[in-house]
Ligand binder design. Structure first.
Ligand SMILES: [Zn+2]
Length: 422
């Protein structure tokens, strides 16, 4: 009998052991704020909102009471004005005081290289900020901002070619809960990609008739497909995604430029890399998954072939100008199935600036001066493309109707010369 009780206690013990709340992180994005709870084991959570005043309540079941102190130390950011916590049942209740009514989306994340089990609560603003109205920086974009017309309307017979502004979507890889690759001395890809992207955006904005749109302008997560959506809403003429390469072998080095592949890849490393970069979407939560069928259909669209031709063109120009700055990992434009390159109508390239896993290149990537060189190398390639090449089909599709005749007689490319003539 005594043995029997002992067995029952042994079986119950793991259930009775409370999980720990190890950390609470808050990430601030333009239209949303993400709250991440690090827990030692997968924990059951219940999230609801209260009004007057607006609050979000997160109940975590089976969490050790020591988590209360941890939660109370959380630095509030974004929509979250204050974080307070107390013991609730056998767990912890966390109350977020928020500035305005919010939508909530809660989900669990499994452990990865950087973090353990997490409960994620995304808080969305119900009143979406109109970025055009804020308008402080031309190089910022909000993930959920309404579609905006970025070009001045060209009326038939009155428009001048110089009025057509070229919009470049500059995409800083990773962000927020997704740090990307790590350098041997701790440099994070998300910080390097943002620094280079901001420098590139500034350079673009000093060009006549060119404007940059950043898909993220801060340390927060933006889903891969959401990045493409931002570019499309802003009617971008080109999409440039900026990353740092990584591999298990530390001596691997050099710059590489990628365009989309819907079939095979050139090398095993390209396959490895695409898996790694696409895994960024795992931190987006369940709502972003299961949309691949649409994309597969879209990829069959005929317009894709013109876009691919253009992507290869700008890719090889960027590769050429980057060859002046760094050694090249490969002399040709590489292909891999990056989700972020899947806009069927926007020429898209992904630049792996250098290997953050290589100690020498990590040092370079961390330097302000070198980041500037990489940005100007990318700009040179982009400018070369708009100066010398643009598929005729795109011109016919995109320009105002009265320009079609001009493009048909002048041939691809010459229209865009106007962008650099003044
Ligand atoms: Zn990356």
């Amino acid at each position: 009998m005594r043995w029997g009780i002992g067995l029952i206690l042994m079986l119950l013990l793991p259930l009775a052991q409370a999980a720990e709340l190890r950390d609470v992180r808050v990430w601030d994005a333009p239209d949303s704020t993400r709250v991440v709870l690090d827990v030692s084991n997968a924990a059951k959570s219940h999230v609801f909102t209260l009004t007057k005043p607006d609050r979000v309540v997160i109940d975590l079941d089976g969490i050790d009471a020591a988590g209360v102190r941890k939660a109370n130390q959380t630095e509030a950011k974004g929509i979250v004005r204050n974080v307070r916590a107390g013991v609730h049942g056998d767990g912890v209740r966390i109350v977020l005081d928020v500035d305005e009514p919010v939508t909530t989306n809660a989900f669990d994340l499994a452990p990865n290289d950087d973090y353990g089990n997490r409960v994620v609560v995304d808080l969305g603003r119900k009143t979406v900020v109109d970025n055009a109205a804020v308008g402080a920086s031309a190089a910022t974009a909000t993930p959920q901002s309404a579609p905006q017309s970025v070009t001045a309307p060209v009326l038939p017979g009155t428009g001048r070619l110089q009025d057509k502004q070229i919009v470049i979507a500059v995409d800083a890889g990773h962000g927020g809960e997704d740090p990307g690759a790590h350098g041997p001395s701790g440099l994070l890809e998300k910080n390097v990609s943002l620094a280079i992207a901001r420098k590139l955006a500034l350079l673009i904005n000093t060009q006549p008739n060119m404007r940059a749109v950043l898909t993220r302008d801060g340390d927060y997560y933006v889903g891969l497909r959401q990045r493409v959506e931002i570019a499309r809403k802003q009617q971008a003429d080109m999409f440039v995604s900026i990353h740092c390469n990584a591999f298990t072998k530390r001596d691997m080095h050099g710059t590489a430029v990628y365009v989309l592949s819907d079939r095979g890849v050139n090398t095993e490393q390209a396959r490895w890399l695409a898996n790694r970069e696409n895994a960024a979407d795992l931190v987006g939560g369940v709502e972003l998954q299961g949309k691949d069928n649409d994309l597969a259909t879209v990829l069959l669209d005929l317009s894709q072939s013109a876009t691919m031709e253009a992507s290869f063109d700008v890719g090889s120009r960027i590769l050429h100008s980057m060859g002046e700055i760094n050694t090249l990992q490969r002399r040709d434009v590489q292909q891999a199935a990056f989700v972020v390159l899947k806009a069927p109508d926007i020429p898209s390239v992904l630049v792996e600036t250098a290997f953050i896993t290589n100690p020498h290149e990590e040092k370079l990537l961390g330097s302000d001066d070198y980041q500037g060189k990489l940005a100007s190398g990318i700009l040179d390639g982009v400018k070369g493309y708009f100066h010398g090449y643009r598929p005729r089909q795109q011109i016919v599709d995109k320009e105002a109707p009265h320009l079609q005749q001009v493009s048909a007689s002048a041939g691809g490319g010459s229209l865009q010369d106007a962008a650099f003539s003044n």
